[in-house]
Design a binder for this molecule. Structure first.
Ligand SMILES: NC(=O)c1ccc[n+]([C@@H]2O[C@H](COP(=O)([O-])OP(=O)(O)OC[C@H]3O[C@@H](n4cnc5c(N)ncnc54)[C@H](OP(=O)(O)O)[C@@H]3O)[C@@H](O)[C@H]2O)c1
Length: 218
């Protein structure tokens, strides 16, 4: 048994996009993975179990279930749903859940917490969907648990989402209002403010795909 195999990483959001990818990567790298879900009988949980993960029932709003889930874990990968996404979650809800995971990890003596935040979390005044992650980051720093904070930018998977995608031949995104999405077409294209933009096509201005391609090449 390798050293990693004997070390358990609790993964929250394991049945979702980020947590699922993290769980699969950890398993592939030889770690023991404990996957948290509210639905241990669900398809995603079954797939994770088949891949070698231990499935544990838990709810990010239920601190006792998190305390039980972290028991004996070496590390925790923490990710929560946010205000953008198919099932949007409110600011307070996301912050509470992120703090709950960090607090449970600390109380459970976890050696290292990895928190999946978002790029620009620390400079996102006014963008509630990002401020929530900054609040969680600050809490993690304040409680003093050894931690790594990841700040991923926009994932490529967004382009397969009907709200953000390119299916119509148009590129739709939801970046901040002061971001020039692409300027090589000759007409600078300013995007809507994410603070006011739910991920629906009608809320997100669109621009020609060719312009995006041109910008990408420069
Ligand atoms: N898209 C991007 O470009 C991008 C970039 C940077 C950051 N992000 C951030 O990534 C984060 C995660 O997104 P995602 O797409 O991975 O999410 P997702 O696929 O919607 O996954 C949601 C996960 O959260 C779990 N969950 C939800 N409520 C729960 C609760 N009360 N208790 C326990 N588990 C709960 C679900 O598990 P069960 O249903 O199985 O319980 C599921 O595994 C978001 O905060 C988003 O802002 C996204």
């Amino acid at each position: 048994m390798s050293e990693r195999t004997s070390m358990t990483i609790l993964v929250t959001g394991a049945t979702g996009n980020q947590g699922g990818a993290a769980a699969r990567r950890l398993l592939a790298d030889g770690w023991s993975v404990r996957a948290l879900t509210r639905d241990p009988a669900g398809r995603a949980a079954h797939a994770l179990a088949a891949a070698g993960a231990e499935i544990v029932a838990g709810d990010l709003d239920d601190r006792a279930s998190l305390d039980a889930a972290v028991k004996g874990a070496y590390g925790v990968f923490s990710v929560q749903q946010g205000a953008l996404g198919i099932q949007p979650v409110g600011f307070e809800e996301e912050v509470r859940r992120g703090r709950n995971v960090a607090d449970a990890a600390l109380a459970g003596g976890v050696e290292h917490l990895v928190y999946a935040s978002v790029a620009g979390a620390e400079r996102s005044a006014g963008v509630r969907a990002f401020e929530s992650k900054w609040e969680i980051e600050k809490h993690i720093l304040a409680i003093g648990i050894p931690a790594t904070i990841l700040r991923p930018a926009s994932f490529m998977e967004n382009f397969s989402d009907p709200a953000f995608g390119v299916q119509t031949g148009q590129l739709a995104t939801a970046f901040a209002s002061n971001v020039v999405e692409h300027s090589t077409s000759g007409t600078p294209h300013w995007t809507d403010s994410m603070a006011h933009c739910s991920p629906r096509p009608e809320c997100c201005r669109t621009g020609p795909w060719s312009s995006f391609e041109a910008r990408r090449r420069t």
